[in-house]
Write a protein that binds this ligand. Sequence first.
Ligand SMILES: NC(=O)C1=CN([C@@H]2O[C@H](COP(=O)(O)OP(=O)(O)OC[C@H]3O[C@@H](n4cnc5c(N)ncnc54)[C@H](OP(=O)(O)O)[C@@H]3O)[C@@H](O)[C@H]2O)C=CC1
Ligand SMILES: CC(C)=CCC[C@@H](C)[C@H]1CC=C2C3=C(CC[C@@]21C)[C@@]1(C)CC[C@H](O)C(C)(C)[C@@H]1CC3
Length: 615
Amino acid sequence: MPSRKFADGEVVRGRWPGSSLYYEVEILSHDNTSQLYTVKYKDGTELELKENDIKPLTSFRQRKGGSTSSSPSRRRGSRSRSRSRSPGRPPKSARRSASASHQANIKEARREVEVKLTPLILKPFGNSISRYNGEPEHTERNDVPHKNTQEKFSLSQESSYISTQYSLRPRREEVKLKEIDSKEEKFIAKELAVRTFEVTPIRAKDLEFGGVPGVFLIMFGLPVFLFLLLLICKQKDPSLLNFPPPLPALYELWETRVFGVYLLWFLIQVLFYLLPIGKVVEGTPLIDGRRLKYRLNGFYAFILTSAVIGASLFQGVEFHYVYSHFLQFALGATVFCVVLSVYLYMRSLKAPRNDLSPASSGNAVYDFFIGRELNPRIGTFDLKYFCELRPGLIGWVVINLVMLLAEMKIQDRAIPSLAMILVNSFQLLYVVDALWNEEALLTTMDIIHDGFGFMLAFGDLVWVPFIYSFQAFYLVSHPNEVSWPMASLIIVLKLCGYVIFRGANSQKNAFRKNPSDPKLAHLKTIHTSTGKNLLVSGWWGFVRHPNYLGDLIMALAWSLPCGFNHILPYFYVIYFTMLLVHREARDEYHCKKKYGVAWEKYCQRVPYRIFPYIY
Ligand SMILES: NC(=O)C1=CN([C@@H]2O[C@H](COP(=O)(O)OP(=O)(O)OC[C@H]3O[C@@H](n4cnc5c(N)ncnc54)[C@H](OP(=O)(O)O)[C@@H]3O)[C@@H](O)[C@H]2O)C=CC1
Ligand SMILES: CC(C)=CCC[C@@H](C)[C@H]1CC=C2C3=C(CC[C@@]21C)[C@@]1(C)CC[C@H](O)C(C)(C)[C@@H]1CC3
């Protein structure tokens, strides 16, 4: 059992991350596994430090000098030091001895108001978003046991680096920003804490989805629920009186041939993904500054898939097989997803610490669900990115087509019903939009924050194709005639939702890609200490998640063509509202940590989360 040098409650000096300054801290706890101490600074900031970065008080009393300020929130000294290296300041302070007192630093900081040096992101590459984390330049990071940081910093073909530069703000602006900056300084400290947290196991209280019991329930509950829903929907009268539906024996649900077809589908999508067509962009910076490269060829994959499907139809391939074996396909996909999740978890055990997802916790069950590794790759093949947009999303459109053909066959129709046409075209638009704007996926929570585990594997490969096609599946055995006036209203609703969804997503993506884009010059923003600003007008000044609002309006438009005879086709709207309300809460939590006071200001300016005047 490894021994520890400092006891809980002991008052010592802890090195401030990224600097050589030591502050008085109290030891709160020690983690035997990571060998990290959780310490509390006098301003309340909690960080995890290595033993090397902690010194007994006595070692400072003997040596006079060194910074002795008692809290990091009074760390103007370290700020001035970093400023002295920048072009906007004379090298005066660089000559100051390390024993320059805190008071002297404050005085100097007061004199120094002519310009403010704010880290500014150099023109971001492609989709990339750069983040200033409050650290001085050439920092010696003590934030974590960065075992392999050095190796990671060597440029590889798959990665490159971001740079920061300093912008000179006019004095007038400086005065305006001063107040917010002083508050935010505290949050820079918190941001550092978040970065520490990003690569160290998170504590039980931070587990999402109801922690271990919650994810356990989800993992077993969701597949059961999916099969029940499909079985209920297959009944002629899917009312509660007929619950539970007749359950098939498990062996009836397994068909090796179906599984083979599923694997073939998956492999075709792998092949399309590997085609060297489409531009290559960089994702957002990872914890160690690397940016992974992604090839954007989703739309081409869709065109090629359409050609293959068209040719198969022409050749007389029996697509009804998918409808008549729908449950078997769902089981095949579920089995595949379980195997994939086990593989992902096993390989993550060998993954370097820097490659782990910030959402991972150290608990095996939780990590199996949320995903331990952030971007599992086999060579340049990115498993999460591939699964998120290809087999499931394109598969959803193909399943919708299967349902359309099944409706014509079963209901003996020469042409599909208007309801089926509406559902098919609305969802086709949604999928094509996602593939056309593929680059936007790189800034979603799924890619940046969540690992690749059971949650996303099941979500991408089972839930999306087999639940999102539920309205079309319902219409095959429960026809609904939609009048043209009603259809027109539904189309208007769908278009409203789409305009909000696309407008909001494109506005934010354009702003993140190039904050000084002249097309966005009319938009108001809130300054944050991270170097990234927040939009506070336009779509993002309407509600805090306008893209979710648009998505939900579209969801309703997908269900309305199914009529009002049953609640089943509205299941998607209900589930999606729950998913997005929960997702919004998760995002708020992360944004509050990231942006601190600036985020609170944003919430005051834009009080509603998703639904104006309601929520
Ligand atoms: N069909 C489906 O099943 C699902 C669809 N979706 C859709 O996917 C899309 C992406 O969703 P998701 O990844 O959850 O989240 P968002 O695209 O809403 O991204 C949230 C991030 O946007 C940034 N942000 C928040 N507010 C502002 C602001 N005012 N100004 C600038 N940036 C801001 C923050 O990141 P930062 O500041 O770091 O850039 C925040 O973390 C949405 O349209 C959603 O509807 C999502 C889940 C499921
Ligand atoms: C518990 C459970 C069932 C979780 C699974 C959730 C997943 C189904 C969704 C999580 C985020 C998603 C996104 C899309 C599909 C659904 C999942 C995987 C998405 C690909 C749909 C198309 C959009 O345009 C999008 C690309 C923005 C979107 C990204 C998030």
